[in-house]
Design a protein around this ligand. Structure first.
Ligand SMILES: [Fe+2]
Length: 200
């Protein structure tokens, strides 16, 4: 089972704001803030037009036939380790399968996936747009890992996953698309632009 796939999606000139400055200058903007613990990290949901240029949003639709729904922003301080791994859940409590992720800066962390366990999860809700089910890391078996970095990479989000941090502070953009919700839909939508060596 593949959990990630590098893509050739073009993110040059995609951002219209200095993302870190925008968030840190006011981490609690209504409708965006989900969770912010300054010494550990944070999660925000940004509307497409807040973060991305009109040109890039049009390019995404023209070139890849998909529409950006929202951007989840994940920030972690160096060495911060969350004790659990989670699966993403949509607003109707169904598993949500994918995202297109890349980091703002050079990345020395690994995204890590685990086999789906048989024990019951704990439900968490960090905001209306960030719900999940979580298990303690010590109850899980590792399945795969990937250093995401600055290449836009499809990542699977419907099996338990977490991030193993390194020395670097980490800011990651996770784009979620309208009409896509399962991992297969994400893979199929970007199939033509998945790099050969990571073909799923
Ligand atoms: Fe997730």
């Amino acid at each position: 089972m593949n959990c990630w796939a590098r893509t050739e999606v073009d993110t040059a000139n995609s951002l219209k704001i200095d993302l870190k400055d925008y968030i840190l200058s006011n981490p609690y903007r209504p409708g965006e803030h989900a969770l912010y613990v300054p010494e550990a990290g944070g999660i925000w949901t940004l509307q497409p037009k807040t973060l991305f240029t009109d040109e890039w949003l049009e390019h995404i639709t023209d070139e890849y036939g998909v529409k950006v729904d929202m951007a989840q922003i994940f920030f972690r301080k160096p060495h911060y380790q969350h004790p659990g791994a989670h699966v993403d859940i949509d607003q109707n409590n169904n598993l949500y399968g994918g995202g297109l992720n890349w980091t703002l800066d050079p990345d020395d962390a690994d995204m890590v996936w685990y086999n789906m366990p048989s024990v019951d999860p704990v439900y968490t809700k960090r905001s209306e747009t960030d719900r999940n089910k979580e298990w303690p890391l010590d109850s899980l078996t590792e399945h795969a890992r990937c250093n995401i970095g600055q290449t836009p990479t499809l990542v699977r989000t419907d099996i338990p996953h977490t991030v193993q941090m390194g020395e670097n502070e980490r800011w990651l953009i996770s784009v979620r698309f309208t009409w896509l919700s399962s991992w297969d839909q994400y893979v199929n939508a970007f199939g033509q632009w998945i790099k050969d060596e990571t073909l799923v």
